[in-house]
Design a protein around this ligand. Structure first.
Ligand SMILES: [Fe+2]
Ligand SMILES: [Fe+2]
Length: 342
């Protein structure tokens, strides 16, 4: 039988200010307890029709890697996918990602769902989350997503210096990926202000994940790229689920015609005047994730020491992000060597 703690009346208001995703329910023996995991205030409904805060310093932020923008057709055609594991290493990478997703779903209040590739997997959640819950999830995930590209690019840079060799064009794409993830994070940060506990969790996760990736990439870069490829499979599925919830009317603050997306997003993606809704923003970010998915599954297929990066634009002749977004399982090695070797 559920056990309810008696809360003095004066604490009730404080409790309401805590965002739902950070109230986790745990069952200890026969008793069920709720733990508050954040000190961040819930965005109020009337405030959420405009971004909660606009970081004015972002308005003049110089863009190191300006985004090339997205074609409507590419953006609309992105779909969740799952590259079937082919090797033992692939299966381990996928299982680790599934465990991480399971933990993240519990923490952020997303109902568990069937694994990728399952026919049961739907595009909408069985229990809709609100805007604040989605923002918590997005902010946390983007702080993680910005790490692998920086680690891989940094290590390949060191390798190049140490061995007095060029790097087959991989470094730029990897660092650009981490920059792109950082822009996702800064965009969501304009709409959600993390509390102290959230900031601590980001700090702790960053310390663990950065060092794990660093060692992992030294031991097996192809495993790490496959791991990130599966991470991006999940990212595409998550953003698709969010779009599905918007279309079903579960996120009224974001579908309100008066909702204004952050200026940094308009500037970074060079969003045209008629494409500046929250739905457009999520579509653009999902397309970016689809691009990372294609890049990392491809890199997981390649010989790490000698194969060229097919996403160097001089090689492919098209925007590398557009090419990668249309290749959910990545390019096969034979295809890369045949088409993109200069
Ligand atoms: Fe991202
Ligand atoms: Fe990504």
């Amino acid at each position: 039988m559920a056990h309810r703690l008696r809360i003095p009346h004066r604490f009730c208001k404080l409790q309401k200010r805590v965002p739902e995703p950070f109230i986790a329910t745990a069952t200890l023996g026969r008793q069920q307890h709720q733990f508050r995991l954040s000190t961040t205030a819930i965005p109020q409904r009337q405030e959420a029709t405009t971004p909660i805060k606009q970081k004015t310093e972002f308005g003049s932020l110089p863009l190191s890697w300006p985004h090339k923008g997205w074609d409507d057709k590419v953006v609309q055609e992105v779909v969740p996918s799952h590259r079937k594991p082919r090797t033992r290493s692939d299966r381990i990478a996928w299982r680790v990602i599934r465990i991480c997703r399971w933990g993240m779903d519990i923490l952020t209040g997303m109902p568990p769902e069937p694994k990728a590739g399952s026919k049961k997997r739907s595009v909408t959640a069985s229990k809709p989350m609100n805007e604040a819950q989605w923002l918590v999830r997005f902010v946390f995930l983007e702080t993680v997503a910005g790490i692998p590209g920086a680690v891989a690019g940094g290590l390949r840079h060191l390798h190049s210096i140490r061995r007095f060799k060029l790097d087959q064009g991989w470094i730029k794409t990897l660092l650009e990926e981490s920059y792109n993830e950082r822009m996702h994070l800064l965009t969501f940060y304009c709409m959600y202000n993390p509390g102290r506990l959230m900031r601590f969790m980001v700090f702790a996760t960053q310390g663990i994940f950065y060092n794990t990736m660093f060692i992992g990439y030294l031991l097996s870069p192809s495993f790490c790229h496959r791991f990130v490829g599966y991470l991006e499979d999940e990212a595409v599925a998550t953003y698709t689920k969010c779009l599905g919830e918007m279309d079903k009317g579960h996120l009224p603050q974001w579908t309100d015609p008066n909702f204004k997306i952050p200026d940094i997003a308009v500037k970074y993606w060079n969003m045209p005047q008629h494409r500046r809704t929250m739905r457009d923003l999520i579509l653009y970010i999902r397309a970016d994730e689809a691009s990372h998915r294609g890049v990392n599954h491809t890199m997981g297929n390649l010989d790490q020491a000698s194969d060229p990066n097919p996403f160097i634009e001089e090689n492919s002749g098209v925007s590398h992000m557009h090419l990668a977004a249309t290749k959910p399982a990545g390019l096969e090695r034979d295809e890369v060597l045949e088409k993109y070797t200069r």
